[in-house]
Ligand binder design. Structure first.
Ligand SMILES: [Zn+2]
Length: 570
């Protein structure tokens, strides 16, 4: 019998170890639950077998939990009983009010967990309660990650030929890991190495024991940062890593979403421009893959009406995919005032989404729009919080590195990933160089409810898509978009792409939102001069359309024609 928490399952995963005030004494001074804790009974028809559950919320720490019936009863007793009483009073209260039996160990376990949540009565001020709560959760997370890292490295060493010989050569084992920072002793895996040693990057037993692994999928990366890489994963890998990372935000109901991605985004879902029947596009029973269109800047109203009709038919809880490919849908809905079913989330993947697109999605769909960091090689790894910082889930260790050292807060570095879950056991990654950049963030980020997850930083986009200012400063797609969308000058821009032609010469291609209305060229140039340098030569070219040029059909916010490949990049 556990305090099962959809929101905070990680807190309880490592067991109840916190000191419980008064737990060893025979008499308590009731009420034992802080008065701010809101405890509401909820019937959950169907999903958990028509049973009673409670939702508990603490406005002081912003912690929110689903609580099973028995623990809810105990919490009721802790809340309602008054004065100095023996613990048997709890059992009596529950018998009287709920006609249920409760054993002492269940009461003790519940008290221990409430102690960890900082939900027991205390004289501490709110700020101290809040800090203690988040620090406890972060500690539990760090402990869990360290444990998983050691297990993961051990599995790589024992099961995967490539890592076995690599770790033998370097004389390293999981025993060399005493804290997460010890990961830096281990060699990194480049994309080229992943491709070259692909045959030996899976467990030995893969061929002999297909029955162990269940259904498998080959996944190809989009190739947007060079040649494509392939990895092997269980069919459930994506949804599993998504739940692990978003668990804190996930609704207790099963998710259901429409996937709106560029035509060749992943090998697993390659379908180009050929329309596939609706029934054949439902993946895993809960994801509708929308028929892709090649060019988001010219897609027709008729196609968008088909999208709306499919959304009405499928009734998703949310949308996920590329913001640049959702933008025409939002624009169509806004212009025609077409009614669509209410969504509860939009997850942005695939690209650095321009704020131009994000703002319209937020306006039209009126639901949380969350930046997500997902790759075909590692699954769903990190999610953006309200501060704009990405937090990594417990299934992956993300490093932001300058050389082999962690980037300082505010510093630009390269992202490196180590997969930590058994779900990523088929092509496990040890310090894999993702080809993406991030600006490291101050730790910890105090946002709720993601504040206990690892703070990574602000994800900046592909290293291969960076440009440079006239003085040679690295401009990432995120930095460019922030500058270009930070004022009214971007009002009539629907799509743009900045191409660096020479060190001080740039072309900004713009597809206007309304072709009858001019764009604010001088405002745009002022913003770009501020970013790129006053001597930058900037030409704005109005376009009817911009084609996604990469093999993946992704849009890029910028790229460079210079071939000196950003020499000073960390
Ligand atoms: Zn945060």
């Amino acid at each position: 019998m556990n305090l099962v928490s959809v929101c905070h399952s990680d807190l309880f995963a490592a067991g109840a170890t916190a000191h419980v005030p008064g737990a060893i004494m025979t008499a308590f001074n009731f009420p034992l639950l802080r008065p701010e804790i809101v405890l509401e009974p909820r019937y959950m028809p169907g999903l958990y077998g028509d049973q009673l559950q409670y939702v508990a919320f603490d406005p002081v720490t912003a912690a929110e939990c689903w609580i099973p019936e028995a623990e809810g009863h105990i919490m009721r007793a802790l809340q309602q009983l008054k004065g100095p009483l023996n613990r048997t009073a709890i059992a009596g209260y529950i018998k009287l009010h709920f006609d249920a039996e409760i054993q002492e160990p269940a009461v003790d376990a519940c008290l221990a967990r409430l102690g960890e949540l900082q939900w027991l009565t205390t004289t501490e001020p709110a700020a101290a309660i809040r800090d203690a709560y988040w620090e406890t959760r972060r500690e539990v997370q760090r402990g869990l990650k360290l444990q998983r890292l050691k297990t993961s490295v051990k599995r790589m060493r024992k099961e995967v030929p490539y890592y076995r010989s690599l770790l033998e050569r370097t004389h390293l084992t999981e025993e060399d890991i005493h804290e997460l920072g010890d990961l830096r002793k281990f060699p990194r895996l480049s994309k080229a190495q992943l491709r070259e040693h692909f045959d030996t990057l899976h467990p030995d037993s893969l061929a002999d024991h297909q029955d162990w692994w269940g259904d498998l999928v080959w996944r190809s990366s989009s190739g947007s940062s060079g040649a494509r890489t392939q990895t092997l994963a269980g069919v459930e890998n994506y949804s599993y890593t998504l739940f692990e990372t978003l668990g804190v935000l996930a609704s207790p109901r099963p998710s259901r979403q429409c996937l709106i991605i560029p035509p060749a985004c992943t090998g697993a879902t390659c379908h180009m421009d050929t329309a596939i029947p609706y029934e054949n596009r439902i993946l895993f029973g809960n994801t509708l893959l929308m028929n892709a269109f090649r060019n988001a800047t010219t897609v027709s109203d008729a196609r968008m009406e088909e999208y709306v009709e499919e959304i009405e038919r499928f009734q998703p809880v949310g949308l996920m995919g590329a913001g640049s490919y959702m933008y025409p849908l939002a624009r169509y809905i806004k212009r025609t005032k077409r009614r669509v079913p209410k969504l509860r989330f939009i997850h942005l993947h695939v690209e650095v989404c321009s704020r131009i697109h994000r703002r319209l999605l937020e306006e039209v769909f009126d639901c949380p729009v969350e930046g997500c960091y997902v790759s075909s090689e590692m699954g769903f790894a990190a999610v953006e919080c309200s501060c704009g910082t990405y937090h990594a889930g417990p299934g992956v260790q993300l490093e932001v590195l300058v050389g082999n050292q962690p980037a300082q807060p505010g510093q630009l570095g390269r992202l490196v990933a180590t997969t930590l879950t058994a779900q990523n056991r088929l092509t496990p990654l040890l310090r894999y160089e993702l080809g993406d950049l991030a600006i490291a963030a101050q730790e910890p980020c105090t946002c709720s409810p993601l504040g206990h997850l690892d703070t990574v930083g602000v994800i900046q986009g592909r290293a291969s898509e960076c440009i440079r200012s006239v003085e040679g400063r690295i401009i990432t797609p995120r930095i460019l978009d922030d500058a270009l969308t930070d004022g009214s000058w971007c009002a009539n821009i629907a799509y743009y792409c900045l191409i660096q032609q020479e060190l001080s010469r740039y072309i900004l291609e713009v597809v206007p939102e309304d072709r009858e209305v001019s764009i604010d060229e001088s405002g745009i140039k002022t913003a770009l001069h501020r970013l790129l340098g006053e001597s930058a030569e900037i030409e704005i070219k109005l376009r009817e359309e911009i084609s996604p040029t990469l093999p993946a059909g992704r849009y890029r916010l910028c790229y460079s024609l210079l071939d000196d490949s950003l020499p000073e990049l960390p």
